[in-house]
Design a protein around this ligand. Structure first.
Ligand code: ADP
Ligand code: VHF
Length: 279
């Protein structure tokens, strides 16, 4: 149980789960297979219990670095593109094998920003998600890192998967975005640097004090950090959806979240009615 037995009222049928590189790749650069195995078990269980699940998974660059024995994140964009191409194939292979154990098929969706900015192709992406969910498949989404590069007149890059997961949540009209990271939630300051930082249970308003508490990322494999998680939360709250940021070390936390346990940080623009008990 989370914070002294407090419960949240979470009613979610259509769920986006975002998992960051820090939960998929260990500090020594090896793939965290145990984490992927546990994630597959939890998500397949949700699926078999009638939930609709979309997984937004980072890790193409991190997994690619491990496979190619590269210890330092490549600085050049071309190298990052190449490493991502290697890692993405490896990553989707891992998901495919793990989810197959529970009889669930996965689908790979690699998106670029320009595709979603253009109304017709945005509509087509929406249709693809709809059909996949009808087919009981779990779509696994990432940015198409091999081709999406910041160009002056052609907006292909989302930049980070935190915001991509919020964009996907909007496209499929999800009830909840569960963002799994390597930290228990959103703190008053970066807890890896400030031991006095306190976990914030609920954020209803992204005021300057909250925005000022967000620091950069913790590992060399990911790109987002807390700043991009708050940008994702902003998109979610503007769309009257909910997001919970929680620790993905043990993916069973997803079950706890859906049972209403007060774990992680809930971002919601609804200040009353949805959360039971004191905050
Ligand atoms: N206010 C904050 N609360 C929690 N974590 C923070 C905060 N500010 C900065 N961080 C850092 O953000 C990291 C999570 O972001 P990141 O490393 O990008 O994870 P992921 O790979 O899951 O996207 C934490 O490990 C922590 O070092
Ligand atoms: N698309 C990139 C991940 C970008 C990203 O936002 O990473 P993270 O901060 O770990 O969620 C990849 O797959 O390596």
């Amino acid at each position: 149980m989370g914070n002294g037995g407090l419960m949240r009222e979470i009613t979610a049928k259509r769920i986006v789960v975002k998992i960051g590189t820090s939960s998929l790749v260990k500090a020594d650069g090896a793939v965290n297979l145990a984490s992927i195995e546990r994630l597959a078990k939890v998500l397949c269980n949700l699926k078999n219990n009638g939930k609709e699940v979309v997984l937004v998974s980072s890790g193409a660059i991190g997994v690619g670095m491990g496979k190619l024995n590269i210890t330092k994140r490549p600085a050049s964009i071309a190298q990052q593109q190449a490493v991502a191409a290697v890692g993405q194939g490896e990553l989707i292979g891992l998901y495919e094998r793990q989810f197959a154990q529970y009889g669930i098929s996965v689908a790979q969706l690699l998106l670029t920003r320009d595709v979603l900015l253009y109304p017709q192709s945005n509509h087509n992406v929406h249709n693809a998600f709809d059909e996949l969910l009808k087919m009981n498949v779990i779509p696994v989404v990432n940015e198409n890192d091999t081709v999406s590069v910041d160009e002056l007149d052609h907006m292909t890059k989302f930049g980070d998967n935190d915001q991509l997961s919020a964009i996907v949540a909007k496209i499929i009209d999800a009830d909840l975005l569960i963002m799994l990271s390597d930290i228990n939630g959103f703190y008053t300051d970066n807890p890896t640097k400030n031991p006095n930082a306190k976990l914030i249970r609920t954020v209803n308003n992204l005021n300057p004090q909250i925005l000022g508490a967000a620091g950069g990322h913790g590992t060399q494999f990911g790109t987002g950090g807390m700043v991009t998680k708050l940008k994702a939360a902003k998109r979610i709250m503007e769309n009257n959806q909910q997001m919970i940021l929680a620790n993905g070390k043990n993916p069973q936390i997803i079950d706890q979240i859906l049972q209403g346990e007060d774990v992680g940080t809930l971002f919601t623009s609804v200040s009353e009615g949805k959360v039971m008990g004191m905050q």
